[in-house]
Write a protein that binds this ligand. Sequence first.
Ligand code: ATP
Length: 618
Amino acid sequence: DLAEDKRALLDFLSRIHKSRDLNWRNDTSVCSNWTGITCNQENSRVIALRLPAIGINGQIPFNTLSRLSALQILSLRSNGFTGPFPSDLFNITTLTGLHLQFNTFSGDLPSHFSTWKNLTILDLSYNEFNGEVPTSISNLTHLAALNLSNNSLTGEIPDLALPSLQFLNLSNNHLNGTIPTSLLKFPNSSFSGNDFMPILPVMPPPLPPNIPSSPSASPFLATKSGRKLTESEILGIAVGGFAIIFLALAILMVMLWSGKRRGGAVSGKLSKGDRSPEKAVSGNQDENNRLVFFEGCNFAFDLEDLLRASAEVLGKGTFGTAYKAVLEDAAMVVVKRLKEVGVGKKEFEQQMEVVGRIKHENVLELRAYYYSKDEKLMVYDYYSQGSVSSLLHGQRGEDRTPLDWDTRLKIAIGTARGIACIHTENSGKFVHGNIKSSNVFLNPQSFGCVSDLGLSSLSTNPIIPRVSRTAGYRAPEVVDVRRSTQASDVYSFGVLVLELLTGKSPIQITGGGDEVVHLVRWVQSVVREEWTAEVFDVELMRYPNIEEELVEMLQIGMACVVRMPEQRPKMAEVVRMIEDVKRFDTGNRPSTEGRSPELSGLMPQPAQRSAGTSSPIQ
Ligand SMILES: Nc1ncnc2c1ncn2[C@@H]1O[C@H](COP(=O)(O)OP(=O)(O)OP(=O)(O)O)[C@@H](O)[C@H]1O
């Protein structure tokens, strides 16, 4: 229980040598007051202990931490721990993450890695372990990240058949022999700096998607087998080379984030014990330049980890560039690097606090932010499915998740609820300012989830090119005065609804680039001509008995995009209207028989459509 956890921690504290104080006192609450401790929701057990860079020397005292029988995460990284691998930690069968990197542990790794059935991250890098990589690591069937780099390990790598492994680093040891087939999927950088058979000095990142991922396409394998490369392989390597340069540039940019803030802020290469414990544990950064996490965020990373992470550019948006960062523990986050923030630190922080406070299932949670003179970053969860924009307009190949009608309805209702929630914030004055399909993601139940809130009021009013997708969502009055309002959010939402119904982008260029077609105007004109059925996405034609829902959603979408802002419905009203449509979705959809004459015959049959579609937007 918690009392035993407390005793174990106090025992640990009394038996370690440390250069700085910890605020662990017998008369204070472990869960509320003690630095580096995380308890479970009921505050009845200690589930995480994180003491990075706290200046502890010597061995981990035996039979102390191993008594924390509910512990899931143990991070003692960047200290001065010495001695052999603390084998009594095997008693903690609940452990999911063990971070002992940047210490001076030495000796062999134990040969009985089997009790940690739930372990997902094991980081023992930058120590002085020697001996062989134990085969028993294969017993850690949930292991997603294994880092044994920068030790003195010797011998051959065993064939670690780890089904969940996504990140592997064995670089800079003295390993030799060949790389087992089960590990060949990892980039060569995972194995560099060892005594393997000669390999190419430049290690390729994962192959770009346009290169076939057959083993022969890997330069590493080609060299090993010694056979000549085919023309397409050479081409593949050339393209891969560009990809490497591109990736290296991306990583360089991420590194630059740290470089820029030298002097007062954190550098990616702090030596051991450089930081005070409070700073190290509470976000690990200088108080004025730290990554600020919001409550409920379970991420175990800091700015340093973020800067070390490999980054991939997801895209450049209106307010900056979005990167996907893969942290050492294989967790993926999205980091938005903002450009041209037009407000000072205080205002920025206030805005972030408002955004970070919003907890709603249809609003993408801001996990953390960072502010310094040169850099402003925002951190979100990574949504692997991509945005609604990519789901709707992305490649229509095998990998594409088809957006069926129910999902589109769920996207619409989720997004509407998310925006309605946002509009209640800040005494009912909060405005999103940038509702569009690339800012909507699917939550685990496939409902729409709104991202990027709070950005439009921070930026220095970026000028949106007239012919850009973003411009297609802007309400007419915003184009004139360049100021968003809740009514203009409603307009943008209306465009999103029309996009979901038609499957078309809000702006299209036709006629060899001369003609710009606005989705809103096109839908309005088609409906005026009483060709209503023509507007709907052909992909929706396969779903039976959805005509009424389509038409009702079309009416809602059109009500949102009326020209006069004051005539648009409020977002809460829009939610109610869509919820009325959603009632059709209980499995008792009315059949086409018995519908009103206005609606009967409105929908042409699929064959009719394909013959007669006259849409100016293709
Ligand atoms: N949390 C996320 N998970 C997955 N992909 C994301 C995430 N956030 C953004 N993206 C994707 O990254 C790309 C760039 O996003 P970003 O928000 O910077 O620009 P945008 O949405 O195109 O434009 P804007 O800046 O106007 O919102 C987009 O394709 C977006 O869908």
